[in-house]
Each structure stands twice: as C-alpha cells, then as structure tokens.
Design a protein around this ligand. Structure first.
Ligand code: SF4
Ligand code: SF4
Length: 98
C-alpha cells in the first residue's frame, strides 16, 4: 500500500453543488417515530414550520397541511413546540408502520 497524503484521498460523500439540500432525502434515516398531523387541533400558528430543522412541514396557501416524509427525520421538535388548540396538540409522534 502506497503512502498518500490526505489531499490525495478521494472526496467523501459530499454534494458540492449549491442548492443541494433537495438531493439529501433526510427522511431516509428517520427515527422510529414520525409526526402525524391532527388538523382539527391546529390553530395555524406555524410554529412547527418555523422550528422544523428540515423544512419538512408542508404549508399550502399559508396553512399547515402535513409533513414531507422524504425529508422529515422524526426529531419531534414540531410536536414538542406545537401549542395546538384548547389544550390538544395538533402533532402526535407515532411509531412508524411498515
Ligand atoms: S419531526 Fe422533526 S424533521 Fe419531522 S417535521 Fe417535525 S420538526 Fe421537522
Ligand atoms: S405548531 Fe401545531 S398548532 Fe401550530 S401550525 Fe403547527 S400543527 Fe398547527
């Protein structure tokens, strides 16, 4: 085996092009839980959209409509921050089903 400097090593699994986050399907390595939207308890405060680290909360016409599971990592931040309505949360973390 020949000795090689670090600068000669092949580039690791890195996408160098700008705007590449769409190519990284972070939902592929989601935790065992996924968020489930309960529209009837939603006050449309958009806190879940604000806090989601992966922009995986789907918003249409200014309203939350669900989640993009191709990018959702199942971190649960949205469910933690969701104030819901009348003491009922609008996001529940549920175990992933096959
Ligand atoms: S579980 Fe995490 S990644 Fe998925 S939508 Fe909620 S905040 Fe975003
Ligand atoms: S944080 Fe909860 S109540 Fe607010 S928009 Fe998201 S799901 Fe609805």
């Amino acid at each position: 085996m020949s000795a090689r400097g670090y600068s000669e090593l092949p580039v690791g699994p890195v996408i160098l092009d700008a705007g590449n986050s769409r190519l990284l399907k972070t939902g592929a390595w989601r935790t065992i839980n996924r968020p489930v939207f309960k529209e009837e308890n939603c006050s449309q405060c958009l806190l879940c959209w604000l806090f989601c680290p992966d922009m995986a909360v789907r918003v249409e016409d200014g309203k939350v409509v669900g989640f993009d599971y191709e990018y959702c990592k199942g971190c649960g931040v949205c469910a933690q921050e969701c104030p819901g309505k009348k003491g009922q949360k609008a996001i529940a973390m549920e175990e992933e089903k096959k």
